[in-house]
Design a protein around this ligand. Structure first.
Ligand SMILES: [Zn+2]
Length: 91
């Protein structure tokens, strides 16, 4: 998730009782467990995870800086904050 540039909060259940309880409350029995919105995903099911995230990661064509854009909004204009390149992407 990190290398793809997704934002997430990691909760280590092996060292934290509160997180352990959260995991039990979700009905999940294994790690890693992902909570995205109201969806619980047990195991690293990358396709499902990426489909549930409501943004996607794109790269600036000029400086290759990663940025987030909303998903399923059709074509959107993006301005790179790093190098000011303007480009259009299909979201
Ligand atoms: Zn750029």
């Amino acid at each position: 998730m990190k290398t793809e540039g997704y934002k997430f909060t990691e909760k280590n259940v092996s060292s934290n009782k509160v997180y352990q309880k959260e995991l039990v409350d979700l009905g999940a029995r294994g790690v890693p467990t992902f909570l995205i919105g109201n969806e619980v995903i047990v195991g690293f099911d990358k396709n499902r995870i990426v489909n549930l995230i409501d943004y996607k990661i794109i790269k600036c064509p000029t400086c290759l800086k990663r940025m987030r854009i909303p998903k399923n909004k059709g074509k959107i204009k993006v301005t790179c904050k790093e190098c000011n390149t303007k480009f259009i992407v299909k979201s």
